[in-house]
Design a protein around this ligand. Structure first.
Ligand SMILES: NC(=O)c1ccc[n+]([C@@H]2O[C@H](COP(=O)([O-])OP(=O)(O)OC[C@H]3O[C@@H](n4cnc5c(N)ncnc54)[C@H](OP(=O)(O)O)[C@@H]3O)[C@@H](O)[C@H]2O)c1
Length: 271
């Protein structure tokens, strides 16, 4: 599995398992299945309430901690300096681990100075509690504010799929050595019926999901599809095993439907 460099201590596998809306035994089974198939990257968040299920699945897998890449996220309401420190330590207990590979600010919060939040992230990294620092749902202006603190931002996890192609944001991230992770990479299922995707699935003898995920991966965008279905988990894992032609990558890139699916009331994508 290809990995992308975040910093001297962390490389992120280009495909991971998303776990939003996975809880209880369904979550534990999905993660166990994914780890059995070969996934080594699991995306979680405090807000998903599933750290303990992840810990149980990891324990049952028998895998060593250093074989895994675990991401979690701190919610926008807990971004005061001390809250960040306390939250990260609680996550370690819930996940039964002594470090996180990547910790993200889940959503920006303009009422808390970003330098206060990021200084706590930097402290956690210095202490070895986390290996890499990142953000999520950050627009270019928000990233500029974060970068102005001089804390090393290695990752921006944003909604990205054929019908929401955030190419400008990707270009900005490339210029600043920030790896982009695509959340809702198959458009929560919606992008799997797009005519271009269906045509390419036929042409390559792949599934629509494999075409969409390969489009992301081929641009060095990390993809974290969520699935509770073993067949889909397997199918998504195999999306790294072929290559779309440059022409077909471009055909998908031209779709750009501005179809944003995750847009909670508190979000502000205009600044
Ligand atoms: N940072 C953020 O604010 C944020 C926001 C949203 C999501 N995320 C992260 O990104 C992950 C993925 O995003 P998402 O869950 O919104 O959407 P997604 O991964 O694009 O789509 C998930 C949906 O697609 C279906 N699916 C998955 N693989 C499939 C396949 N091969 N064939 C057919 N259907 C398939 C799943 O159903 P089945 O379960 O039945 O397969 C599920 O209904 C989340 O789980 C979470 O970890 C982060």
């Amino acid at each position: 599995m290809k990995k992308l460099r975040l910093n001297a201590q962390a490389e992120i596998p280009i495909l991971g398992l998303g776990t939003w809306q996975l809880s209880g035994s369904e979550c534990q089974s999905a993660v166990e299945e994914a780890l059995k198939i070969g996934y080594r990257h699991i995306d979680s968040a405090d807000g998903y309430g599933n750290h303990q299920e992840l810990a149980a699945a990891i324990k049952n897998s028998g895998l060593k901690r250093d074989e895994l890449f675990i991401t979690s996220k701190i919610p926008a309401i807990h971004l005061e300096h001390q809250e960040v420190l306390d939250s990260a330590h609680r996550y370690l207990e819930e996940l039964q681990t002594n470090y996180l590979n990547l910790l993200l600010i889940h959503w920006p919060n303009s009422s808390i100075p970003i330098k206060d939040t990021l200084s706590a992230f930097a402290q956690l990294k210095d202490e070895g509690v986390i290996r890499a620092i990142g953000v999520s749902n950050f627009t270019i202006p928000r990233l500029e504010e974060a970068l102005a603190t001089n804390v090393e931002i290695t990752n921006n996890q944003v909604e990205f799929h054929p019908s929401l192609n955030q190419a400008d944001l990707k270009e900005f991230c490339d210029q600043h050595q920030i790896v982009v992770t695509a959340y809702s990479p198959v458009g929560r299922g919606e992008d799997l019926d797009l005519p271009v995707i269906l045509e390419l699935a036929k042409k390559y003898e792949k599934t629509p999901s494999q075409i969409v995920l390969n489009w992301l991966i081929s641009q060095d965008i990390v993809a974290i599809p969520k699935s509770a279905n073993p067949k889909h988990i397997q199918e998504n894992f195999a999306s790294t095993e072929f290559a779309l032609s440059a022409e077909d990558v471009a055909a998908i890139s031209h779709l750009d439907g501005h179809n944003r699916l995750v847009n909670p009331g508190f979000a502000d994508f205009n600044s």
